[in-house]
Design a protein around this ligand. Structure first.
Ligand SMILES: [Zn+2]
Length: 303
């Protein structure tokens, strides 16, 4: 199985259009630098022909264009992209579906809660139904394995304690199963395992067993510290309140994963304020010393 990281930043990307934090100022000054990052997105294949997208980021069009493997064959209308997995209904995780609306048949894998949000209260996503055949929605359930077509890959969603996005109306929200709001994805092929979790909300550590048993763990590395955004904005929610465990400190992700020797630990969904985005920072060094790699756009892994 080959896994490509098409985007490694959190929502807003790096730099973020309306942010003047030290990181964003630095990267704006380095035009064309590989330090700049698009919003979190991955793709994977087991046969080099059919690709599955993990997430549907707002930068998806640009990310597909930057990835030659995802180009259509010359002279044909079509795409090697056959399916898309949605890990939540967050705008950063679903917006990219609108980039896939050019009459291309797709399989979209999500929990029933996420599907209902997109199709019952956001009619713009019905644009995907215009393809022939229309987009096929496949329900996935936490703890239940689903085969990915005839690719030999399988996916088991892992429920993460969390809430549905703020934009979901109260009436619909009350009818949705709470354990379907955000999921991690455990994907297996030929005995090798990927664990993908660009968001790790909630106090539950049920995801840890999946991450520990994987060969490659792409994990939520949004913030370095719990008060990172509060310090920059002068108020608002902490990292934990936003559904992201910080990397540093007691109970942080570095500490939680310190003893897990099996997986390659890769930081993804990195917010533009996170000091690990600066290679020369002590925080970046600490991360690397703890055995982590820091994702960049275009990075790839073969499992
Ligand atoms: Zn910034």
């Amino acid at each position: 199985m080959r896994v490509k990281i098409l985007g490694s930043a959190a929502g807003g990307g790096f730099p973020q259009w309306n942010c003047g934090c030290a990181n964003c100022v630095r990267v704006r000054g380095l035009r064309g630098s590989s330090d700049a990052r698009t919003q979190a997105q991955a793709a994977l294949t087991a046969d080099e022909k059919s690709w599955y997208l993990l997430g549907a980021s707002p930068d998806l069009r640009q990310q597909i264009l930057a990835t030659p493997e995802l180009a259509p064959a010359a002279g044909e209308r079509g795409s090697p992209i056959v399916g898309v997995f949605l890990t939540s209904a967050d705008i950063d995780a679903v917006f990219g579906l609108l980039h896939l609306r050019e009459f291309h048949p797709l399989h979209i894998y999500s929990t029933s809660g996420v599907r209902r949000i997109l199709f019952e209260s956001n009619s713009v996503f019905r644009a995907l139904d215009r393809s022939k055949p229309p987009a096929q929605w496949r329900e996935i359930r936490p703890g239940e394995e689903t085969a990915l077509g005839d690719s030999g890959m399988s996916c088991t969603p892992v429920a993460l304690e969390s809430a549905y996005p703020d934009y979901v109306g109260e009436l619909l929200r009350r009818s949705l199963a709470p354990n379907q709001a955000t999921i991690g994805l455990a994907i297996e092929h030929g005995g090798k395992k990927l664990f993908f979790a660009p968001g790790l909300p909630g106090a539950s550590s049920a995801w840890k067993a999946e991450a520990a048993a994987s060969d490659l763990a792409l994990l939520d590395s949004t913030f370095w510290s719990d008060d990172e955004l509060v310090a920059i904005r002068g108020g608002g929610k902490t990292a934990r309140e936003m559904g992201h465990p910080p990397l540093s400190g007691t109970g942080g992700l570095i500490e939680q994963m310190r003893r897990e020797a099996r997986p390659r630990k890769v930081a993804i969904h990195i917010n533009n304020t996170n000091p690990i985005l600066n290679d020369e920072s002590p925080e970046c060094r600490e991360m690397r010393d703890a055995g982590w790699e820091i994702a960049t756009d275009g990075m790839e892994f073969v499992l």
